[in-house]
Each structure stands twice: as C-alpha cells, then as structure tokens.
Design a protein around this ligand. Structure first.
Ligand SMILES: *Cc1c(COP(=O)(O)O)cnc(C)c1O
Length: 445
C-alpha cells in the first residue's frame, strides 16, 4: 500500500499500546538491549502524511516525524520510487571504491541550498553524530588548532566525541566516559531563563561567551564553535536575537570555524530551509542529517571549499557514507521540499500551532513558555513563578496524549519541555485535532 493511501484521520480501536504491540514488546524485552528506549511502544505497520498506523489497527497523529526526519512525510511515493529504482540497479559499491553520480548530485544540491553563495564542498555520512565528528575533524585539520567550543543544553550525538560535545549527562553520558579533551562549554542565550530577562539575553550572553573564550581558552587555540541555531534535544531553545550574529562575527575576526549543527533544524523544518537563515547567519560548516532523505539514513557536512578541501586525500570517508539508495531518496526528498513549498508550509504550521498554544498558555499557568519557529514548536512547563521545572505535569500530559493516539515527544535539560515536530505535509485538521488532545490533557491536569 502506498503512503498516499494512509487515511489521514485518527482512529483508536484498542488500548494504546494494543495487544499486538504489547506482545511484540514482550518479545523485545528478551531480544533488544534495554538501553534503547521507545517513547511510545506501539509497533508500526505503515505511516504516511501526518499518520502512523500500528499493528493493532490504530491510527495515531504524528507530532514527532521520527524526531524531525520525515519532513516530506513518511514513505513519500517520490522518495520510495526513486530509492527503489536505485536499489534495483545496485545497493552499494562504496563511494571510496567505485563512485556513483547520485552522491555527487546530493553534494551539488547541498552546496546550492545551504546558506551563503561562496564556493562549497560536501561530504556524505551516515548519521548526525558522524557529521558533527567530521565537521570537528575538518575544522581542526584546516586551522591546525584543537579546542572546540560548545554550549549549555547542546545535543550533538552519542559517539564518544559527540557525547563530549553534548551537555546533558542523563541519559546520554552517564557511565560512558572518559570523553575527548579540548571541549569547552559556554553559556547559552536562553531567553526564558536569562537572569536579567530576555531583552538583555542576546548581547549579555554573547559578551560572556567572547570573554570566556578569550580568557579561558585563547581565541587563537579554538578550531571551531559548534552550535545548534535552535537547540533541539536541549528544549527547542531559540537563542536570543543578536546572539548568533555576534558569535559568528567573533569567529570571523579570530579565524575560528563557525559550525552550525542543523541536523534537527534543517530542510524547511523551522520555516526557513535552514534555521541559520533567520538571522542571516552564514556558517563556515553546516552539519545536516535527519530531514535530508525522507527517512533513509544519510548525513552531510557542507562548507567553505577552502576548509573542506584542506583535509589530506583519504582523510575523510566511511564504508556506507552516501549509500546510493539514501542518496536517491535525498534527491527526491530535496526536490519534494521545493516542489511542495514546504518552507512556506512549515511557517503556516508554526503560525497555527503558536496561536493555539499561546491561548493555552494564557489559560494554564503550568505553561511557562511557548517558543519555536515553523514546525519546531515547544512549550516549557513550570510549577511556579520561580519557573521550577514541572516534570510530573509533563509526564501526565504526555501519557494522556499518548493514550489518545497523539505521538508527542519531550525534551529539555530539565525534562520539562514538550516538543512538537509534525511532518510538514500534515493537514490542518490533524494539527488541530492533535492540539485539541493536548488542550484536553491540560484541562485534566
Ligand atoms: C539528532 C541530532 C544529532 C545526532 O544525529 P544522529 O543521526 O542521531 O547521530 C546531532 N545534532 C543534533 C542537533 C541532533 O538533533
């Protein structure tokens, strides 16, 4: 059954999870390492548009997109067709052994659509973490420097280097050390929690970062500053206005490679093709993954030709990086984003969601903040005027929404943020229905 045939309406026919899902979950316990969790253990049968159908015949509203991956929708027929055509010709040769055109085409597309009209090069990899690791390798190789600057609330992946770059200990880092050296963490311009208020946040945070880099590391020792232009896992924290441009300017003045980790924010998600564009930021290197290939595993680093080409021949690569089926899927997904006007659609989703969530926030004090851009929207839950994180309320809201068939994720250093990442092809009706469920959850608190 093609994805387009997945009926775009919620349907709940069993408890959530249903009996078939529970039976598979039981088998899972003795087969799958328990360190890997699942937000909502309903086992999937098919998915398309804004709907995920499970093995019990329930149809759930998707506010997760598999963590910001299926921006163009799940199993988009154009993605499926192009990847299937490629699979039928060859599945793998390894680009480092016998190359193929689709890899080159994806790099050409990335060089074209990423911010800045300078000369660019790209490399393809398998995961977001691998992209971030490679960006650091390239920045170190190109600058001859070692230090890497990251931020509070950052999330960059689960490999050893990217765990080190990631801020939150539990669950990402606990027990997994030692971590790589020369990683330096700086304050984040987090408007909602900035001590002197959101209006001062951008300039004050930038000044603190610049001072700490200068005094504690020495700008001349810094290879790269790595930052998410809107933090994802950290709680959809949009840096206060002016912060990113000030950090970029400091990097430019000091020969530091500015790396935008757009693994979660990329590919129309935030209502721009890339979130950096919002403040006119042009990264030296940009890491992408998640939304790049309509659900197939692919990642990339794209950046200034002189940096990318500074690495010696054979210094970059990997067996599967830029797998041909993933490349074919990416080409279809990237043209779908443009053909379907998904940048504009993401903006419309953002307006709809922010409007309704602000109404909710006015009604329920537990909603301390509503934020985000495009189809990357979050609410932060607090217990009181001191903004104490409301983690219990979050658990109740999530579990209510899950039981009603709304796929919803949490986030945040304090575990008190509900994040919404619907596929960009979701219809307004499903969006409203999902928000109705969320509203009911708050009414029930
Ligand atoms: C998800 C994510 C990563 C890691 O990507 P994986 O594909 O899971 O390795 C890195 N950076 C950001 C901003 C992410 O959201």
């Amino acid at each position: 059954m093609a994805a387009t045939e997945v009926a775009q309406s919620r349907r709940i026919v069993t408890e959530i999870p249903g009996p078939k899902s529970r039976a598979i979950q039981e088998r899972r316990r003795s087969a799958v390492a328990q360190g890997v969790g699942s937000v909502l253990p309903v086992y999937v049968e098919r998915a398309g548009g804004g709907i995920v159908e499970d093995v019990d015949g329930n149809a759930l509203i998707d506010f997760g997109s598999g963590i910001a991956v299926t921006n163009v929708g799940n199993a988009d027929p154009r993605v499926v067709e192009r990847a299937a055509e490629q699979l039928g010709r060859f599945t793998h040769t390894c680009f480092m052994v016998n190359p193929y055109e689709a890899y080159v085409e994806v790099c050409e597309a990335l060089n074209r659509i990423t911010p800045g009209d300078h000369e660019k090069r790209s490399i393809l990899l398998n995961s977001g973490a691998e992209a971030v690791e490679n960006a650091v390798k390239i920045a170190r190789s190109a600058t001859g420097r070692q230090a890497v600057v990251v931020f509070d609330h950052a999330y960059h992946g689960r490999t050893n280097l990217t765990m080190g770059l990631t801020a939150k200990n539990m669950p990402y880092k606990q027990g997994f050390g030692p971590f790589a050296g020369e990683i330096h963490r700086m304050p984040m311009a987090y408007p909602y929690r900035w001590p002197t208020g959101p209006d001062n946040c951008g300039p004050e945070a930038a000044a603190m970062v610049i001072e700490q880099i200068t005094k504690q590391i020495g700008a001349q020792n810094v290879a790269a500053v790595v930052i998410e232009p809107i933090q994802g896992e950290g709680g959809f924290i949009e840096p206060a206005p002016g912060f990113l441009p000030a950090v970029v300017e400091f990097c430019r003045a000091n020969g530091i490679v500015f790396v935008a980790d757009e693994v979660q924010t990329g590919f129309a998600r935030t209502g721009d093709m890339f979130a950096s564009e919002h403040e006119g930021v042009v990264p030296d290197l940009i890491t992408t993954a998640k939304g790049i290939a309509g659900g197939l595993p692919l990642a990339a680093v794209t950046g200034r030709a002189e940096l990318m080409d500074a690495v010696h021949g054979g210094g970059l690569g990997g067996t599967y990086g830029g797998n041909p089926a993933a490349c074919a899927a990416a080409l279809a997904a990237l043209s779908a984003i443009e053909a379907d006007g998904l940048v504009e659609r993401a903006r419309a989703i953002g307006e709809l969601m922010l409007g309704r969530l602000r109404e909710l926030a006015a009604k329920y004090e537990v909603i301390g903040d509503v934020r985000g851009r495009g189809a990357m929207i979050a609410i932060e839950l607090v217990q009181d005027a001191d903004r104490t994180p409301a983690t219990e309320a979050l658990a109740k809201v999530l579990s209510f929404c899950h039981s009603r068939g709304l796929v919803l994720l949490s986030a945040g250093t304090y575990g008190n943020v509900i994040r919404m990442l619907p596929p960009l092809v979701i219809g307004d009706e499903l969006l409203h229905e999902g928000l109705d469920i969320l509203e009911e959850a708050f009414a029930q608190l």
